[in-house]
Design a protein around this ligand. Sequence first.
Ligand code: SF4
Ligand code: SF4
Length: 67
Amino acid sequence: MKVFAVTDQCAGCGACIKTCPEKAIRPAPRGYPSPLMVLEGRCTGCAECAEVCPVAACVEIVVLERE
Ligand code: SF4
Ligand code: SF4
């Protein structure tokens, strides 16, 4: 399964949060390695967040399916 994640390169502009049609991108809890987190259960892999990110911080990752 392919979903997107936000890396620590994130500049905090908020564009991806507004763009995501699934509302899958949320501010991350304290201690999380990047400022934002993507809810994997919602992300459809549409890549719209990656298209709007000015610093290429939205990246595609592969998540192993849980049994
Ligand atoms: S790939 Fe699409 S659904 Fe997933 S976080 Fe980015 S904009 Fe949202
Ligand atoms: S669009 Fe990129 S820089 Fe802006 S908040 Fe999202 S991940 Fe961070």
